[in-house]
Design a protein around this ligand. Sequence first.
Ligand SMILES: [Zn+2]
Length: 122
Amino acid sequence: MADRSLRGMRLGASSLQSEEGVVFHERANHTYVCTECGRETVMTFAADAEVPEAWECRTCGAEAALRVGDTTVVVDHSGDKVARTHWDMLLERRTVPELEELLEERLALLRARRGEGGRLSA
Ligand SMILES: [Zn+2]
């Protein structure tokens, strides 16, 4: 009982809510220069945030590189986790001629199953 009322008083007295809301985080503007159209995209980040090297150009959607001083950073894509598609993974195991062969096999199977004299479309 006593504990609960104490806690209640503390909450009211220190007004956590307004304290949280009033703190201004330092911000920093960073300019990205588009690699395609050359236009600048200015982004605001929290000052302590890790600023990405590249951003999407607001004008054309291409990649814009972070400007540092008079120049822009060279965006290093070597470490990118490139999202591989199923197709990419497939190509790592099969060559296109192999795939074509497989496709033919499957098509032949389909045709046989349909029993329509080898025609896929009726
Ligand atoms: Zn652009």
